[in-house]
Write a protein that binds this ligand. Structure first.
Ligand SMILES: Nc1ncnc2c1ncn2[C@@H]1O[C@H](COP(=O)(O)OP(=O)(O)OP(=O)(O)O)[C@@H](O)[C@H]1O
Length: 583
């Protein structure tokens, strides 16, 4: 009920248009329901004239017929206009809810996305919001209003024409409502698990698309297909069950009731024959039969719409789960970074309470210095950077930039002064230029080009037909990983950050590109505080400090020569790499 009420609050958007749509629709319904009365009058007039042997006034008949046609045309036109208005409202409401989910996702802490498959989240934005738009705002919010009006209109009309029908009709409607409650109770859990399964299917497909090369490389096709098949089977079983409920309980019910009511009406009329004379005119009979016939259409559709609204409610629950996530509370205070001096003071951190990932980290990196973070996989190198970016905050200790505790400052203002080059840089759809400038209008093409030249990427641009305006497709898969890195160096350079993070910038590339990239690193490092996460120790021999991490603790620190002299973990890693054994 909470979810339902919350969806209703979306009617605050475009409510004047919605109201106009509903009023136009009421008019259309009233006209449509009035038309059989005109027909009934025409039938009664003709039959009474015929039985009395009197002449038929065709002018009168045509007038009635004309009114009937006019009513039908007017009603259909008004219905078209109201549909248009209500559909527009539904589209707008759908857009609002989609925007809300999207902007909320952007503001959520990075930790929200830990352990959440991207497919599941994408499914909430795309599928669930679409089901809400279609099944609730459009189908339930507007179409069911049409049907409800029809129903109420017919109810009132029948009471006026044949008052003795009030009780049976009321009982009929109560019966349908009770039937619905039972039906909804049966199908709600089914619909909820159906939406979950859709999310799971999305995840599997997006995993396949993103990791297709790995799947083929490791011959995982069959295994992946089996997993997909299992989810699909569950999905089909769920849908089959739902189809059984739908067919047995909804449409068939309405057909069954239609037969029952027509039969009841016939029996009742049979009892009304007194001395071979029926107490109603032929016109009244026509009106009653017409209304009874029309009654079932809206009931059937209303049932469908209630069913569909259940699917929308299941989707809405999942969407509201995201909307209810509390965005990170962020300080309004903007940090001012002029130097980029970084200090970690007794920092202890874990992603979860149970696991400490970094313990008592102390480090100091001044402007222009290069600090290399070294350690086996999982030792905590990236976690240090995550803390510096304020993707997470430490449980203990302080991180300072230019002597300011970063937890006290606005996250964006901190990140604005940081540049990052990842080992497998993420390129967005767009062009090379937009990937460098990150769509910042303040950055001109000349600046982009200038930065590209500085990092030695000019030859790459020269060979592209459209230069820096060459489209980037499929996350840059048409470029080599070295080329992607050069672009991301450029991205880092053009924003002129005070602090630079290079994440394994020299892995996975041939020696020629490595040289190019090494030169690019030297250019972008100039005058900035630089953190390098490197596995290839040969590239960090000139670093001002090398910190050797092991299980979240800094075990060794110093320059390359000092660490080699100490003959500890670093020296062993270095020797192993020099001998060609991976660390
Ligand atoms: N988002 C996360 N949620 C929970 N645990 C995490 C998360 N990210 C990393 N960890 C854990 O924290 C520890 C340190 O990981 P981190 O990524 O900092 O290591 P790393 O030294 O950068 O490793 P690599 O060289 O493989 O990138 C690991 O045990 C890892 O499993």
């Amino acid at each position: 009920m909470e979810t339902f009420k919350r969806l209703l609050t979306y009617y605050k958007y475009k409510w004047p248009l919605y109201l106009t749509g509903v009023i136009t629709l009421s008019l259309s319904t009233a006209l449509s329901l009035y038309s059989p009365i005109i027909n009934g009058e025409m039938i009664d007039y003709i039959s009474s004239q015929l039985t009395q042997g009197a002449a038929i006034d065709f002018g009168y008949v045509f007038r009635l017929f004309g009114i009937f046609i006019l009513l039908i045309i007017l009603s259909a036109s008004l219905q078209y206009i109201s549909n248009y208005m209500l559909q527009r409202v539904a589209n707008y409401q759908g857009k609002v809810i989609r925007d809300q989910v999207y902007t909320r996702l952007q503001k959520l802490p990075v930790s929200f996305f830990d352990n959440k498959p991207p497919g599941q989240i994408a499914s909430r934005i795309i599928n669930d919001t679409e089901v809400i738009r279609q099944n609730f705002f459009h189908s339930f919010g507007s179409q069911s209003v049409v049907n409800l009006m029809y129903l109420v209109g017919i109810y009132i009309a029948v009471i006026l024409v044949m008052p003795e029908f009030t009780l049976p009709m009321t009982l009929l409607i109560i019966f349908i409502i009770l039937w619905q409650v039972g039906y909804i109770r049966l199908t709600t859990p089914l619909n909820a698990s159906w939406r979950e399964m859709e999310g799971s299917i999305n995840t599997q497909i997006s995993d396949l698309i993103q990791g297709v090369s790995m799947v083929q490389l490791y011959h995982q096709e069959d295994k992946q297909y089996q997993d997909f098949e299992a989810t699909k089977k569950e999905w089909i079983a769920n849908r089959d069950k739902s189809v059984v409920y739908d067919t047995v309980l909804s449409w068939n019910l309405s057909n069954f009731l239609r037969l029952l009511v027509t039969l009841g009406l016939m029996i009742y009329l049979g009892t009304r024959f007194v001395d071979g004379v029926l107490g109603y005119t032929v016109g009244t009979l026509y009106i009653i039969m017409n209304y009874v016939e029309r009654l079932f259409g809206p009931i059937g559709m209303l049932i469908q719409q209630i069913v569909q609204s259940q699917q929308a409610l299941a989707g809405a629950k999942r969407v509201f789960e995201i909307l209810d996530q509390v965005p990170e509370d962020d300080s309004e205070e903007m940090i001012e970074i002029t130097q980029g001096n970084v200090v970690f003071n007794q920092v202890t951190f874990g992603y979860t309470e149970e696991q400490t990932v970094l313990k008592d980290i102390n480090l100091k990196a001044d402007k222009g210095e290069t600090v290399a973070l070294v350690g086996h996989t999982g030792s905590g190198k990236s976690s240090i950077i995550n803390l510096l970016f304020r993707f997470y905050d430490p449980q203990e200790g302080d991180i300072l930039i230019d002597n300011q505790r970063i937890v006290e400052f606005n996250r964006d203002s901190i990140r604005q002064e940081m540049g990052i080059v990842l080992q497998d840089p993420f390129l967005f759809s767009g062009t090379i230029a937009t990937n460098v400038s990150m769509k910042n209008p303040a950055i001109t093409d000349e600046q982009v080009m200038d930065a590209l030249e500085k990092v030695g990427a000019k030859p790459l641009i020269d060979k592209l037909a459209k230069g820096i305006h060459e489209p980037v497709i499929e996350k840059g898969q048409t470029l080599s990983s070295g080329e992607r890195q050069l672009i991301s160096f450029d991205r880092a350079l053009v924003t002129d950050p005070k602090i630079l993070i290079l994440d394994e910038a020299t892995s996975h590339i041939d020696s020629q590109t490595e040289e190019l990239i090494q030169q690019a690193i030297n250019v972008v490092k100039e005058g900035r505080t630089t953190f390098i996460i490197a596995h290839r120790l040969s590239t960090i021999q000139n670093a001002d400090q090398i910190l050797v991490l092991e299980s979240g603790v800094i075990r060794e620190r110093g320059k390359h020569s000092q660490l080699m002299q100490a003959n500890g973990i670093y020296a062993e890693m270095f020797r192993m790499q020099a001998n060609g054994t991976p660390s």
